[in-house]
Ligand binder design. Structure first.
Ligand code: KG4
Ligand code: ZN
Length: 339
């Protein structure tokens, strides 16, 4: 009998579900909440409500696309954290009810570990050990991965995440939320002619808050001289911001790869969708003879396929969640959850 699981992701502003059969993704459907764009950031209250509205239609669509039915499911994997508590509660409560009614086990998944495992959804997959740079809207982490459930956090951002650097600088430019994809698109028609400082922290840590401040002061100065500075230079400003973020990310990635003597390098999370970062990775692969891996676009940003896959490995080890488990706003990688 096949091991068929349903994965549920609701940690932020994407409601996503996926069906996995014996480790192969059969379907992955994501509903991205557009309501937040007009507020310039995620409004937690709205996020929870939108998850609640989406969750049943999404279950039906995901099952239909997979060709499976509710009674085929052997388990349900759901994101426990990190994330917005109200959003997580919707996914977890729903998963609990469904698991109870179907009399199948629940598996709790760390969203950040799942981003790392998104590199194992499709071929070509990295072999263990590999180094993963996870770059999302809430986190920037360097993770040394020795096995499906063996991950060591070796460095992280001490302030803003890389995705936040895109979103916050985009806000200064008057771009819509999330600004990462917008900056990516505009940067393609610009050149990195403006210089911003490249932060180099100790060890394998990152910092992005200085970039936001330097972009703010730069814009204030330029706008005093030319009130149309942003309109007249938007593509070049975006290319310069994107270039700086990529250089900051690449610098520590190279140091970590040298230190850990690994040539298997993956980049995951929402910012791994960035075309400039993907090109930089190709350039680094040639220069340092790395084997590089990035998920296809649907698995870069938040998705339930990565939750289903992470859950599948735990399911094989019979690592089921206790009945009384709950969400965690903060949930460091590989830390034993304290409910
Ligand atoms: O992983 P993700 O979907 O959600 C979190 O777990 O945070 O990442 C969302 C982040 C946002 O900050 C968004 O601006 C960024 O990923 N992002 C991008 C691109 N697509 C999404 N940043 C730069 N370029 C992109 N193409
Ligand atoms: Zn994420």
């Amino acid at each position: 009998m096949a091991d068929i699981l349903l994965g549920i992701e609701s940690s932020c502003d994407d409601t996503s579900m996926s069906v996995i059969k014996d480790g192969m993704i059969l379907s992955n459907v994501t509903f991205s909440q557009s309501i937040h764009a007009k507020y310039g950031g995620v409004v937690p209250e709205w996020a929870s409500r939108m998850h609640m509205e989406a969750i049943i239609p999404l279950t039906k669509e995901t099952l239909e696309k997979s060709g499976c039915q509710l009674h085929d499911l052997k388990g349900i994997a759901v994101t426990k954290g990190p994330g917005l508590i109200g959003s997580l509660i919707v996914g977890i409560s729903y998963a609990k009810s469904l698991a109870l009614s179907l009399n199948i086990p629940l598996i709790e998944v760390n969203h950040l570990e799942a981003h790392v495992l998104s590199l194992l959804i499709e071929e070509p997959k990295p072999t263990f050990p590999f180094l993963c740079l996870t770059v999302s809207g809430g986190h920037t982490q360097l993770v040394y991965v020795s096995g499906y459930n063996q991950m060591e956090l070796i460095g992280q951002s001490l302030d803003d995440a890389a995705g936040e650097a895109f979103d916050k600088t985009g806000k200064l430019l008057g771009l819509s939320y999330p600004s990462g994809p917008v900056i990516d698109r505009l940067a393609q028609s610009g050149n990195p002619v403006f210089t911003f400082p490249i932060s180099k922290m100790k060890d394998f840590n990152y910092s992005f808050s200085g970039l936001k401040t330097s972009v703010l002061y730069f814009l204030q100065k330029q706008l005093k001289e030319d009130p149309s500075f942003i309109e007249n230079n938007l593509n070049d400003i975006c290319a310069s911001i994107q270039h700086t973020i990529i250089e900051i990310l690449a610098f520590k990635l190279i140091e970590a790869a040298n230190h850990y003597k690994t040539k298997n390098i993956g980049v995951a999370g929402g910012v791994s969708a960035n075309s400039g970062l993907r090109n930089k990775l190709k350039e680094l692969a040639l220069k340092y003879h790395w084997n590089t891996f990035v998920p296809s676009l649907q698995y870069c940003t938040d998705n339930a396929a990565m939750i289903a896959l992470a859950g599948y490995y735990k399911y094989l080890d019979k690592k089921f969640a206790p009945d009384d488990f709950g969400p965690l706003a903060r949930f460091p990688i590989s830390e034993v959850p304290q409910s």
